[in-house]
Design a protein around this ligand. Structure first.
Ligand SMILES: *Cc1c(COP(=O)(O)O)cnc(C)c1O
Length: 415
């Protein structure tokens, strides 16, 4: 592949940052991606680990292939809570017994939102925001319709997050639940999770958090922050692979009062009793509906093993340095072409990705993909740079953005 000419001082800076990076060696744990100069979309689909390729094949031959159905009693049944506890320990700042893996984020959002609404009888309002991910907005609408509730839509700054003050102005004793994303999928802005949760609790409402863009990249302390309910992805920063199952967190204090709506045999107290009526399992298992996605939990287990060799503080530190580097490049090299930053500038208010805007973003992203530089396009004019800390180097970011600069130079016909 042709050498990418990275302008100074960004080339030297990238080399120095990579040299000083304590997590740099972990990049070798990921499968190399042939023909890719810069993968800037690890926040949408994380890269596979080398070990996952081998472990998955070995699992099929040696466990599924030989233990067959007996393996359900040899560990498979417990995987949703075993893997859930490991996500909780390494990424969520949560004690064991509150996290379970299964379904997709969308389905878990529905299950927990319905459960939350029913846990607050007599209240008829859900609060959500118009800048959230489509599934979040659609599920909020669907649950409101189904349960005869009203939605109070907040309209936060599109480059920011719902603030505790904005939320407080909308809260009253009619509110059953507040549903928000911790890190905004578009702008990358971080909401004040602890303060928003406190504000919801002050009027007796529950808070349901979508952690898709924070899990595995931003430090979380769900227990300390008194979070009630949360859901999140495992295929983004937890590298679980396409369609990998999601996780749900339900605080221990709520588990026995909550009833989720998809009552299936695997969430029943005794699945093999095949009884006439549903009796929910005690604890977090009641969030399970159907058969656990055993194969789907293998890659995320490998990533959790890798995460356990470091910690979220180190991951977050590298993540902040990566996003700062990308912003500096955008400011100094791309702004003259009309590229603007649509993410917070303060590192503590920003998650693991950076949103750049340019009127030609859609065409630029298509051209970049052709050249092996892979960011994401988000309508109407967003070029999203996702920087998965364990698999991304500073030089890779510099090279990817240098290719973008070349395309912009050509497009604008000047230097
Ligand atoms: C990625 C993402 C989802 C994905 O939901 P799926 O059910 O896995 O498709 C949901 N919410 C947010 C905020 C996301 O970023």
């Amino acid at each position: 592949m042709a050498e990418i000419d990275v302008p100074e001082p960004f080339h030297s800076r990238a080399v120095a940052l990579d040299r000083a990076d304590r997590l740099a060696a972990l990049r070798d744990e990921f499968l190399p991606a042939e023909g890719v100069i810069a993968y800037l979309d690890g926040n949408s689909l994380g890269r596979p680990l080398r070990v996952t390729a081998e472990r998955t094949a070995a699992f099929i031959r040696e466990v599924w292939g030989t233990r067959l159905i007996r393996a359900w009693e040899e560990g498979w049944m417990d995987l949703p809570t075993v893997v859930g506890d490991r996500i909780a320990r390494h990424a969520l700042g949560a004690a064991a017994g509150q996290t379970v893996v299964g379904d997709s984020t969308t389905v878990l959002l529905y299950k927990l939102l319905r459960a939350a609404v029913e846990a607050r009888p007599g209240r008829d309002v859900i609060i959500a925001d118009t800048h959230n991910f489509p599934s979040d907005r659609f599920v909020v609408d669907a649950v409101a319709r189904e349960c005869g509730l009203e939605v109070r839509w907040l309209e936060p700054d599109p480059r920011g997050a719902v603030t505790p003050a904005e939320l407080r102005a909308a809260l009253d004793e009619r509110v059953a639940v507040v549903e928000l994303s911790h890190v905004a999928y578009r702008s990358g802005a971080i909401a004040d999770l602890a303060e928003v949760t406190r504000a919801a609790h002050a009027v007796g409402a529950l808070a349901l958090w979508d952690l898709c863009h924070s899990t595995g990249v931003v430090e979380l302390a769900l227990d300390d922050d008194a979070v009630d309910l949360a859901v999140g992805c495992t295929y983004k920063y937890l590298n679980g692979g396409p369609g990998a199952p999601a996780f749900a967190y339900v605080a221990a204090r709520l588990q026995d009062v909550l009833r989720q709506p998809i009552e299936g045999w695997m969430g029943a107290a005794d699945p093999f009793a095949m009884g006439p009526v549903y009796e929910p399992a005690p604890g977090i298992r009641r969030v399970i509906s159907g058969t656990p996605p055993v194969v789907g939990m293998l890659p995320v287990s490998d990533m959790l093993a890798l995460l356990s060799t470091t910690d979220m503080r180190a991951v977050r530190e590298k993540s902040s340095a990566l996003t700062a580097f990308a912003i500096a490049f955008a400011d100094e090299r791309l702004a003259r072409f009309g590229v603007t930053l649509a993410s917070p500038r303060e590192p503590e208010r920003r998650g693991g990705h950076v949103m750049l805007e340019h009127p030609a973003a859609a065409a630029l992203v298509a051209e970049l993909w052709e050249l092996g530089v892979i960011p994401d396009f988000r309508p109407p004019d967003g070029l999203r740079i996702g920087l998965s800390p364990l698999s991304t180097s500073f030089l890779e970011v510099a090279e990817g953005l240098a290719v973008l600069e070349r395309l912009l130079t050509r497009r604008h016909g000047h230097n």
